[in-house]
Design a protein around this ligand. Structure first.
Ligand code: NAD
Length: 414
């Protein structure tokens, strides 16, 4: 890599964006973060905070500079609104790549109310479109690396293994069978997931019309918290979401166990999801930057996930490691009670990714982080109260989800 190559990281103050920014800086790129700090403001709105005490962005960056001698720039811009500033920044920085994390990323938050639905659509679609439009207007050949989600495929796989973005289908053209490749049919399961499928159409268009080089990473649920770089100093600690709207499964279970709350399994727990450890997220993004699509190549799509697990199996594993109780709640989502999920992810493996899988050692590391900061958890925020439809019942006080008491279960002999 040429030492002066520059990367703009949109959403670089967030859970995936912060450790990625540090890794890219350490690899020798000149990194510029753009973030409007909206995720920190959503914490205030929801009345909760990251499990880990995250420092203000200015202090994070100062500490990184003091420790490594490397400077990371920061611009407080709303990419969904501040179009001209974004375009000027791209023209001034002339980045090799832009990594785009800057979206509202919680499915339950996107389903909370009409305001949250509209915010998620406005923020995510305008943001992605502004970035694409600004790249074209800048006249520069910038590789856009976007964080999408495995959820764009839906979770019902019709018995097949989910390909990396494109599906080979047989069609009858004038009586002759032909094989063609089409984008995998979008199947969003929430307003948030819908924005990711709409992002994909924007990518398709700008790639076709303007030859923008684009990599779309269909990422699984991220677990873990620390990377080599965030462990260098307490000021660099990564955020850790645990509450009902933003806490993703597994990290949420590990915090619930640490504070002595039953593990909150939604429905039967028969949902299967794809997972990736935060350290692999960071590695995959670095690999994607190093292997851009060729000019005029179609949008490159990777499945950025290393394994799949059923939610109830994860709950049982965490319960076994911690002695926690498992409790089932009404599923707030409008989805099948059980699903199979088999995925292709060969492209990153071929580029040299050596996946971190769900080892007990790494789970213990997260359990220790959760135990260290458990006093920061407000237990009244653990149960989700977002629902996919108004006819999904809440508890008697109209706040959290109802417990499904008949299938409440305890493990470990408690
Ligand atoms: N965390 C996961 O498990 C996961 C899984 C799959 C995909 N992803 C995707 O990865 C990306 C990053 O996720 P995350 O977990 O780091 O989320 P996050 O909320 O922690 O980070 C997103 C960052 O973007 C910023 N942001 C949002 N809208 C912005 C705007 N309009 N202008 C400028 N900054 C803005 C936020 O302030 C925040 O710092 C998201 O696009 C998400 O969909 C995450």
């Amino acid at each position: 890599m040429a030492s002066q190559e520059r990367i703009i990281v949109l959403g670089g103050d967030g859970f995936c964006g912060w450790p990625t920014s540090l890794r890219l800086s350490r690899e020798g790129y000149d990194v510029v973060i753009v973030d409007n700090l909206s995720r920190r403001k959503i914490d205030v709105e929801l009345g909760c905070q990251s499990l880990t005490p995250i420092r203000p962005i200015e202090r994070r960056l100062r500490t990184w500079q003091e420790l490594t001698g490397r400077t990371i720039g920061f611009h407080n811009l709303n990419i969904a609104e501040d179009y001209h500033e974004l375009e000027q920044l791209i023209e001034a920085v002339r980045p090799k790549a832009i990594v785009h994390f800057a979206e509202q990323r919680a499915a339950p938050y996107s389903m909370k109310s009409p305001r949250h639905k509209r915010y998620t659509v406005d923020n995510n679609i305008n943001g992605t479109h502004n970035v694409l439009c600004a790249i074209v207007e800048s006249g520069l050949d910038v590789h856009l690396v976007h964080l999408g989600t495995m959820g764009v495929y839906g979770y019902g796989t019709a018995g097949m293994s989910i390909p990396e973005g494109y599906l080979t289908v047989k069609v009858d053209i004038d009586g002759v069978d032909r094989e063609i490749e089409i984008p995998y049919p979008p199947h969003p399961g929430s307003i948030y997931h819908m924005t990711k499928t709409l992002d994909a159409l924007l990518f398709y268009y700008y790639n076709k019309n303007d030859d923008v080089r684009i990599t779309d990473l269909h990422q699984g649920v991220v677990w873990g918290t620390n990377t080599e770089e965030t462990l260098l100093h307490p000021d660099l600690i990564n955020r850790f979401d645990w509450e009902g709207d933003y806490g993703t499964v597994l990290n949420r279970f590990l915090v619930e166990a640490a504070v002595g709350h039953p593990l909150t399994v939604h429905g039967t727990g028969g949902q299967t999801r794809a997972f990736i450890h935060i350290r692999d997220t960071v590695r995959c993004i670095s690999l994607a930057i190093q292997h851009p699509p060729a000019r005029k190549e179609r949008v490159k799509i990777f499945n950025q996930a290393t394994e799949t697990h059923r939610v109830r199996d994860l709950a049982a594993l965490v319960a076994r490691l911690t002695g926690a109780e498992i409790r089932h709640y009404i599923n707030p989502r409008n989805e099948a009670p059980d699903n199979e999920l088999v995925i292709h992810n060969e492209q990153f493996l071929e580029l040299g990714l050596n996946p971190i899988t769900l080892s007990e050692g790494l789970l213990q590391e997260v359990i220790e982080v959760a135990a260290r900061y458990r006093d920061r958890v407000d237990q009244s925020k653990i149960i989700a109260d977002s629902r996919w439809r108004a006819d999904i019942p809440l508890d008697r006080e109209g706040r959290g989800l109802q417990t499904l008491s008949p299938i409440t279960q305890t493990v470990n002999g408690h």
